[in-house]
Design a protein around this ligand. Structure first.
Ligand SMILES: Nc1ncnc2c1ncn2[C@@H]1O[C@H](COP(=O)(O)OP(=O)(O)OP(=O)(O)O)[C@@H](O)[C@H]1O
Length: 294
């Protein structure tokens, strides 16, 4: 009987999980699977998953939550032969969307049975943060910081944070060194992109692939204020690479020095402020179950 461990974040997406858990348990029975739950607590979850993997030896571990939960499970599975599945239950399901994993629970469960395991690259940032989706310093990280520190949630809270950051955007001088080139530019944001799009749908890295053994530095130069609307259009039609205020550079390693500390965001989580950032592609990959035919 195939063993599957489901790691579920009870607070992801801000909704109850009871119906979803009942659907999953019925699915275990229907397909004679040996399923098990592990609920995350936000503390020591990685160690608990590692212990369960050693004791129970599951063939598949499924991340049930948003990008933070996917990141947690992917870290546990790096370099192992265990397949990772995803049940997208977060408020942001950026990586699941990128990998074409459906948000409908029945359809996502179907991918666990009939999908194919495909490799997913990972990035190591400053030697201790793992990213599988997108990380950045500057504009977007400041937006996440504003949103989290504000008392208003939802779309309205997001719109308010957006306007505040747009009025007073972060600006720094970046010194950048990749394997191939070294240069200095003033910029408002640098994204380290394994994937193509943010959870909001904004396409930051139109030609990115999650399995090509490299990542892209997407560098945003200071754009004139009038350009913001056109910039947003380019983000949503997948043509941001055509903007003269954006430079996209494929890399395997990167060193970035900013002339002031900037907020750093990794897979949807703020991890503090940094002036000096190193990024490298990890040698080990995670095998993620994706819809067959992708
Ligand atoms: N039981 C728990 N109680 C509180 N926080 C938790 C719990 N389990 C996990 N977390 C936290 O949830 C975050 C990950 O959330 P995830 O990305 O899976 O869902 P999400 O709904 O998309 O969240 P967010 O909107 O914050 O991105 C991590 O910060 C993690 O520490």
């Amino acid at each position: 009987m195939e063993k599957i461990l489901f790691v579920i974040n009870p607070i992801s997406g801000g909704n109850e999980k009871e119906d979803c858990k009942a659907t999953v348990e019925k699915w275990w029975q229907q397909h004679q699977l040996n399923g098990q739950w592990m609920e995350t607590t936000g503390e020591g979850d990685l160690e608990r998953i590692n212990t369960l993997i050693q004791e129970e030896k599951p063939e598949t571990v499924v991340a049930c939550g948003g990008d933070g939960t996917v990141n947690l499970v992917a870290r546990a599975l790096l370099g192992t032969p265990i397949n990772m599945g995803i049940l997208p239950l977060g408020s942001a399901n950026g990586l699941a969307t990128e990998l074409r994993i459906p948000e409908n629970v029945d359809e996502a469960l179907d991918v666990l049975l009939h999908g194919q395991p495909l490799p997913l690259d990972g990035l190591l940032i400053n030697g201790d943060h793992h990213a599988f989706h997108l990380a950045d310093v500057g504009y977007n990280a400041r937006l996440v910081q504003e949103f989290e520190s504000g008392d208003q949630r939802g779309q309205l809270g997001y719109a308010r944070s957006f306007l505040r950051v747009a009025r007073n955007r972060p600006l720094a001088k970046f010194k950048i060194k990749t394997g191939e080139q070294a240069f200095s530019r003033r910029g408002v944001m640098a994204t380290f992109a394994n994937a193509r799009r943010y959870g909001t749908g904004a396409i930051v890295n139109p030609d990115g692939r999650t399995d090509d053994g490299q990542f892209e530095l997407c560098l945003f130069l200071p754009w004139p204020r009038w350009y913001l609307v056109w910039m947003s259009v380019l983000f949503f039609i997948g043509q941001i690479d055509k903007s003269r205020y954006v430079k996209i550079i494929p890399c395997r390693t990167l060193q970035l020095e900013a002339d002031r500390p900037m907020p750093l965001q990794v897979d949807g989580e703020l991890v503090g402020e940094a002036r000096s950032i190193s990024v490298e592609v990890l040698k080990d990959k995670v095998q993620v179950l994706r819809p067959a035919g992708d």
